[in-house]
Design a binder for this molecule. Structure first.
Ligand SMILES: Cc1cc2nc3c(=O)[nH]c(=O)nc-3n(C[C@H](O)[C@H](O)[C@H](O)COP(=O)(O)OP(=O)(O)OC[C@H]3O[C@@H](n4cnc5c(N)ncnc54)[C@H](O)[C@@H]3O)c2cc1C
Length: 365
């Protein structure tokens, strides 16, 4: 049985950032991942909002910078949105996860793959993980939307989800690569959006729905075939997954155990974006655990809880989207100043500004 200060279950965005911070500060850290490699079977589109890109210094070949959004109504009428200096980074997500794994290892963390954890017990002041033959002073559940660690320790669980489906194509030449293409359509993507995202070296096409509505990606492809010509392209990958949208779970921890990332419900209820929060609060959890174990700092889950945003406005917007505004309404308002104002604020937060001109078309780097 090996002894560690910190064991983390789940080697994805939250777990790897937590491991890197904790190991860099000197904690003996092990990360346990059920897949054969953290980059195998990626389930996310992996788009980073600007703020996520500011949390880590991503190698440029793993990202593509997109400055603008083209937002379509169900009629396929569209408006273009941008904000000064704002951008999204689409990613080679498997490459990003491989890089994050290397970063965590270089900081000193041990990342072990092919170990699925579904047993954990307390032994005095240690947590025992018999399947990994290890004992740790602190355990983190970074194991995603349906967290096993939450179940094993009686912690809060996610109850509200978006369901996402996506296909990847090596190329779709008819897609304008300078835009993130987003589609409002309650019939096809109830409670959320469909998207066509130009990634570094490939294209991602997907949609998500809320409230248990069945996502029908083929219907969306049929609806927009004349714009992008999917039927002439090969499909290189398919993926799907649950996105928690009910806000932070409670409780998100107990003595010597805490949840982070999707497991903790750290996802924007409105946009379903979780990577920025996984980066920020995964890293912060690593710092707080170090502080707690070595300097008498407060319980990390309670300290982190005090740092989380309230999400109040995003919950209100989630409820409005869950109602499924009728398609005629989207068609009627798409070109109005009010719609542009709301969309600018959703996509670009407080950085929205009228009258901004896009930079010239780029190679995407
Ligand atoms: C279709 C889809 C598209 C999305 N698009 C975006 C987007 O563009 N931008 C964005 O910001 N967010 C997006 N999200 C949300 C984002 O992917 C998540 O918020 C993010 O992946 C959360 O990271 P995480 O580290 O908490 O958990 P996850 O990425 O879910 O990783 C959990 C890890 O734990 C491992 N694991 C689980 N159980 C065990 C176990 N018992 N033992 C060992 N290992 C285990 C899993 O194999 C996995 O590697 C999307 C989600 C989906 C489903």
């Amino acid at each position: 049985m090996q002894d560690f200060d910190l064991a983390i279950v789940g080697a994805s965005f939250a777990g790897l950032l937590c491991a890197r911070a904790a190991a860099a500060r000197g904690l003996r850290t092990a990360v346990l991942e059920s897949k054969r490699h953290p980059a195998a079977r990626v389930h996310t589109t992996g788009i980073l909002v600007k703020e996520a890109g500011e949390e880590i210094d991503t190698p440029p070949h793993l990202t593509r910078t997109i400055h603008a959004v083209r937002l379509y109504a169900p009629s396929l009428a569209s408006i273009d949105l941008a904000a000064p200096g704002y951008y999204f980074l689409t990613t080679d997500t498997a490459g990003l996860l491989t890089w994050l794994t290397d970063e965590a290892r270089q900081a000193g963390a041990e990342v072990r793959c092919g170990i699925r954890i579904d047993q954990a017990t307390r032994e005095h002041d240690r947590i025992l993980l018999p399947q990994a033959y290890l004992r740790a002073r602190f355990l983190v559940g970074a194991d995603g939307a349906r967290s096993t660690i939450a179940r094993l320790f009686g912690l809060g669980r996610n109850t509200h989800f978006l369901l996402g489906l996506e296909r990847e194509y090596p190329d779709l030449p008819e897609v304008d690569p300078d835009y993130l293409h987003c589609f409002l359509d309650t019939r096809l993507a109830r409670g959320y959006l469909a998207w066509v995202a130009p990634a570094p070296g490939f294209m991602q096409v997907g949609l998500a729905t809320s409230g248990g509505a069945k996502p029908d990606l083929q219907a969306f492809l049929d609806h927009t075939e004349h714009l992008f010509g999917y039927s002439r392209a090969e499909i290189s990958e398919r993926r799907s997954g649950l996105i928690p949208c009910g806000g932070p779970v409670s409780p998100a921890g107990a003595p010597n155990v805490m949840l982070i990332g999707d497991a903790a419900g750290h996802v924007s209820p409105m946009t379903g974006g979780g990577i920025r929060l996984a980066f920020r609060y995964g890293r912060r959890a690593g710092q707080l655990i170090h502080d707690h174990l070595t300097r008498g700092g407060p319980r990390p889950d309670l300290a982190l809880d005090g740092e989380l945003p309230s999400f109040a406005l995003k919950f209100a917007m989630r409820r409005a989207m869950d109602l499924g505004p009728p398609n005629w309404l989207f068609n009627a308002v798409i070109a109005t100043p009010a719609m542009r104002w709301v969309a600018q604020r959703i996509y670009f937060h407080r950085r929205a500004q009228a009258g901004f001109e896009l930079p010239p078309p780029s190679s995407g780097a």
